[in-house]
Design a protein around this ligand. Structure first.
Ligand code: SF4
Length: 486
């Protein structure tokens, strides 16, 4: 099927007419001020539009121009922009902005090259400012543009940067300025990262839908095999702080995952710190095992299926005080989620981690002797060289030491199957990217989040996926479709 980009973009323009305009475009139209566009673009990274809008309003009330921004302390800026994502870092960037703009006569430069010299400005921000504030040819490729252009098979790329370069080659110039706001609005409303609304999309007949799993149409059964009540979907996600990810739309996203059980690691919260919305998500029971230390570690499970028993920890106080393992027992299987320790800088916690791993292996083997076991979570180890971008540079770093990889060998050899590798033997399949060095945009990642099942039930796994387009954490979710015994 060949797609016609003109027809597709015209259709999208009709689809999003009257829908929410991305906040940065709105600020550009309302203010016609490159300074405000630049500041709002910096604030908008990894932040919901509503939060960016409110923070921009507060900040611009106190600092309507560069001179006023220079008069604010970093602490004051942080207070004004809270709770945008990474507000402390962004307050630092904004505090340094007046000094950085001095070399451009205290004005915002209009070229990507110059914008890239400013604090907190990466390629995406620079492109967006050039396109939106200066109306110059630039293609801002964010996650929606990258994702949707690949779904349409207009490009076949792995990173937003590759997509930008491919679009520069083939996208007609007249679309450069508008493609970002069109596809952001479309990606937020219809072609959503999880369960896109293909049933309500005018492109449905012509779209290649590459790699897409459409949402369940209300009123129809849950999975593709509509009559099969034994086919279940399980998901797992290290959210790196459930209260932080709640502000980025976690509850909606969790429902959109359309899964029967969803395991969460690194909740970094105790139960009394959770909102009612997080604890009581419609259709799910939630189970929590938190660390004694506040703001640290912690795991949880949301389940549509009613367990017959809940087990917290491994039965070893040294490990259980860190809230790392939670098990739900069902009639025909155990569902275990684990947040394995990080061996830490200088491998200070490697011994602790190896003791935990050994205890965990015994625990998993005990369960597997009784019935089927599904074990998901952040194992905090890349097993093989294809499981991370730069294996040679990382052999002495936490998560890729010979000792940690050897334990993973032992775990697999003792009877557990890494479900993702049943279906996919390709390199470049990552679930975690450092927040540093723009690693996610460059796809410099590691695969450290796994679904493993006992080998007697490996054939029950029908699909295993990495949901790399889901943002909000430094990890992305992983999921499997699994047939449980009646
Ligand atoms: S048909 Fe589905 S995948 Fe294709 S553009 Fe529409 S919502 Fe996106």
């Amino acid at each position: 099927m060949t797609m016609d980009i003109e027809v597709f973009l015209e259709t999208v323009a009709r689809e999003v007419e009257g829908k929410k305009v991305p906040i940065v475009d709105l600020i550009a139209v309302q203010t016609n001020d490159p300074f405000k566009v630049l500041v709002a673009t910096i604030l908008s990274a990894r932040t919901k539009d509503e939060t960016t809008a409110a923070a921009s309003t507060r900040l611009f009330a106190a600092a309507p121009d560069l001179a006023a921004l220079a008069a604010l302390s970093e602490e004051k800026i942080a207070n004004l922009i809270y709770p945008v994502g990474f507000y402390k870092n962004k307050a630092g960037y904004l505090a340094r902005l007046p000094e950085a703009l001095a070399q451009f006569n205290n004005t915002v430069p209009g070229t990507i090259e110059h914008l890239l010299t400013l604090p907190g400005v990466g390629r995406k921000t620079a492109n967006l400012v050039v396109a939106v504030a200066f109306q110059k040819p630039a293609i801002c490729v964010d996650t929606h543009v990258h994702r949707i252009m690949n779904i349409w098979e207009y490009v076949t790329t792995s990173t937003p940067l590759e997509t930008e370069m491919a679009l520069r080659e083939k996208l007609p110039l007249k679309h450069w300025l508008t493609v970002n706001s069109l596809l952001v609005a479309f990606g937020q409303s219809i072609c959503r990262p999880v369960s896109p609304h293909c049933d309500a999309c005018s492109l449905h007949k012509d779209c290649p839908q590459k790699g897409v799993r459409p949402r369940r149409i209300p009123g129809t059964p849950q999975h593709t095999n509509n009559t099969d009540n034994t086919m279940k979907r399980f998901a797992s996600w290290n959210v790196n702080g459930i209260r932080a990810v709640e502000k980025k739309g976690f509850v909606t996203l969790l429902k959109d995952l359309n899964a029967d059980i969803i395991a969460i690691q690194e909740t970094k919260a105790q139960e009394d710190q959770l909102s009612a919305e997080l604890k009581n998500i419609d259709g799910f029971a939630s189970f929590w095992h938190s660390a004694e230390r506040k703001g640290y570690s912690g795991v949880a499970i949301y389940s549509r299926l009613q367990p017959i028993r809940v087990l917290e920890g491994l039965g070893e106080p040294e490990f259980d005080c860190e809230g790392r393992v939670l098990t739900l027992e069902f009639p025909s299987f155990f569902f275990v989620t684990a947040y394995f320790p990080n061996s830490a800088d200088g491998l200070k916690r490697l011994d602790f981690k190896l003791r935990f791993n050994q205890k965990f292996l015994q625990f998993a083997q005990d369960l597997a002797r009784r019935k089927c076991v599904v074990i998901c979570g952040d194992y905090n180890v890349a097993h093989k060289e294809i499981d991370l971008k730069n294996p040679a540079k990382n052999t002495t770093n936490p998560g890729f030491t010979p000792e940690e990889r050897h334990w993973m060998d032992t775990f697999i050899e003792s009877g557990f199957t890494d479900t993702f590798r049943i279906f996919n033997q390709e390199p470049g399949q990552y679930t975690w990217w450092s927040y540093r060095y723009n690693a996610r945009a460059k796809d410099i990642g590691w695969r450290i989040d796994y679904f493993c099942v006992d080998k007697n039930h490996a054939q029950h796994v029908h699909k295993a996926e990495i949901l790399k387009n889901i943002m909000g954490s430094d990890h992305c979710p992983v999921q499997i479709d699994f047939r449980i015994d009646d």
